[in-house]
Design a protein around this ligand. Sequence first.
Ligand code: DX5
Ligand code: ZN
Length: 216
Amino acid sequence: MTVKIAPSILSADFARLGEEVRAVDAAGADYIHIDVMDGHFVPNLTFGPPVIRALRPHTKKTFDVHLMIVPAQPFLKDYADAGADIITVHAEADVHLDRSLQVIRSLGKKAGVSLNPATPVGILEHILDRLDLVLVMSVNPGFGGQGFIESQVDKIRRVRDMVGRRPIEIEVDGGVSPETAARCAEAGAGVLVAGSAVFRTPDYAGNIAAIRDAAR
Ligand code: DX5
Ligand code: ZN
């Protein structure tokens, strides 16, 4: 089974973001992974709906929007309107996670939940039927280029077991490279997010292919 690759534009050149999105699209990206940070849930700030809206005309690929913001619920419609296809919230972002997932689907978007490295898989148990995607963080969110946390491979496996035959994608984010991709895929991840491993050299196509091949 071939995995999907979702380049994270956190590692792109922000001064040329539209061009960078077109480049990873042409280089074989399956999804465009868009990291939204609020300087509160995570110790870093990126961008919000206006930037996503500006990027939307540059590609037809799925916009995989990873919200690292708290609260998330009041802003879900803004991200849907800006052009998100998948909207992922962190398990800790809202007091009422179940409602956030319902809101995302009511906006006609795919609903994801993200688990920090310390967040237990048990939180998924009663929301499985509201999910289209589970995002397992293999770093503490906030920055690109961090080291892969090995304990999350076992978490991916446990998420896969919980998901069973449901049509829920399992995505892994943080420290994914040709060195770590195989372990993630073997454990059950079907979508691999990669920031620095894609953007580290100008050969985006080669870098994406290297991750995909390693995961095969
Ligand atoms: C981290 C972000 C990631 C980040 C991954 O908070 O959610 O998507 O861009 O970067 P790498 O692949 O460099 O670890
Ligand atoms: Zn991310």
